[in-house]
Design a protein around this ligand. Structure first.
Ligand code: HEC
Ligand code: HEC
Length: 346
């Protein structure tokens, strides 16, 4: 790992590195307070939770010098938006970059800025248009009641962080929810529910894939190729756009050959191992009543949640309905399922 991390930093541009450090700084300064792990050890595969190497290094070497401040002069952009923000602004977890202000209604202050010290802004992670990123979750298109209930479940502990204790994005979501009052929950649920989710992921079956390394809590292509094996990796080859929090960046999910077809059979018939999903998630899996839509969402997010149900991390009344669905599924079945679901239109 040491060697590949060096190669990886060799190709990173300074701005990208400094944004990773900004998030690490928020964690280190206690703005983000990690809690003890709730996921049983070894219950989830390591590859499903890429740990940011910069953050990991700083955890190991506590006496490293303080992080340099992010640049606050040079205006930066993304393709398709006329907005400009500096690196310091983009990396500020209490002032999310709003690249497409015309594509959403009036932004509640909580979505844009959150509330110091522990409620980082929703828009910083989920983006102001609710499209989300592979290391968190899309919120656009979820029902208002569903969003409200999930926030209450995070707050009460009925929904626990998925992943190892080093996976800061999941832990931070729980810290945020713990700081939310009922009125905050209502306001943010009302804001995100009417937004429309766009298709962001292309699912590709392959034995060999571009070599990918953890960076910024996701995977980034680093040159060369490797065997995919029994994994599903969602990657970007545009880490700079990812780190500028571009809500329209497309990701690629690599899955084993045949996964999409096998997944389709499991999803539509149950195939003796599971329950056909449309009976609860609605036609084309676009959601029904307050059962959430799953079509076309990040396969990383979906797979993590399948594990969460399987290992009792989502124990609300609604969460228990998922148990018969996941009970008999092996990891490769769940990969097949999320591969297929990822190909559908949201
Ligand atoms: C540090 C990044 C971060 C911030 C800030 C954040 N979230 Fe999250 N959110 C996540 C992650 C990661 C998950 C998935 C957590 C898990 O399952 O363990 C998540 C999950 C959710 C979910 C569940 C989605 C689903 O489909 O079940 C909701 C709802 C949500 N967040 C709402 C919010 C709201 C509202 C705010 C602002 C008050 C917010 N989040 C702030 C990272 C974040
Ligand atoms: C008996 C009804 C039922 C069936 C069948 C069912 N689900 Fe669910 N599913 C639910 C409910 C209810 C929730 C919301 C749980 C909660 O609120 O915690 C859910 C949530 C989920 C989530 C989490 C979504 C999110 O936003 O966090 C995923 C992923 C999921 N289901 C996948 C599937 C798949 C794949 C299938 C078919 C193989 C399936 N479900 C079949 C009822 C069902």
């Amino acid at each position: 790992m040491g060697r590949s991390v060096c190669i990886h930093f060799g190709v990173m541009k300074p701005i990208v590195l400094s944004l990773a450090l900004a998030f690490a700084a928020a964690v280190a300064s206690g703005q983000v307070a990690p809690k003890p792990p709730s996921t049983p050890a070894k219950a989830v595969p390591d590859w499903l939770f890429p740990i940011d190497p910069v953050w990991a290094e700083r955890q190991k070497k506590r006496n490293l010098p303080p992080l340099p401040p992010l640049d606050d002069k040079e205006p930066l952009g993304i393709p398709g938006s006329t907005e400009k923000f500096t690196a310091a602004r983009i990396g500020d977890p209490f002032n999310a970059p709003d690249w497409y202000p015309a594509e959403h209604g009036p932004l509640p202050d909580l979505v844009l800025k959150g509330r110091k010290p522990t409620m980082m802004s929703c828009g910083f992670c989920h983006t102001p248009t609710g499209q989300g990123r592979p290391e968190n979750s899309s919120l656009a298109g979820l029902s208002e009641n569903y969003i409200r209930q999930q926030l209450k479940d995070f707050r009460s502990g009925a929904r626990k962080p998925v992943g190892p204790k080093e996976y800061i994005p999941s832990l931070t979501m729980h810290t945020v929810a713990e700081a939310m009052k009922d009125a905050d929950i209502d306001e943010t649920a009302r804001y995100f529910a009417p937004l429309k989710l766009a298709r962001r992921v292309q699912v590709i079956e392959s034995l060999r894939i571009p070599r990918a390394e953890p960076s910024h809590w996701i995977y980034v292509e680093v040159g060369g190729t490797e065997d995919l094996g029994d994994r599903m990796l969602e990657v970007t080859n545009e880490i700079e756009r990812h780190e500028r929090r571009d809500p329209k960046l497309q990701y690629t999910a690599y899955v084993p050959p045949g996964a999409i077809g096998r997944g389709k059979r499991l999803v539509t018939t149950g195939d003796g191992k599971t329950v056909a999903c449309a009976s609860c998630h609605g036609t084309n899996l676009k959601g029904m009543n307050d059962v959430p839509p799953i079509a076309g969402r990040s396969p990383t997010y979906l797979l993590r949640q399948m594990f969460a149900f399987k290992h009792g991390l989502r124990t609300s009344e609604a969460g228990k309905q998922m148990l018969p669905t996941v009970e008999k599924l092996e990891t490769n079945d769940m990969i097949d399922i999320v591969a297929y679901v990822g190909t559908l239109y949201p």
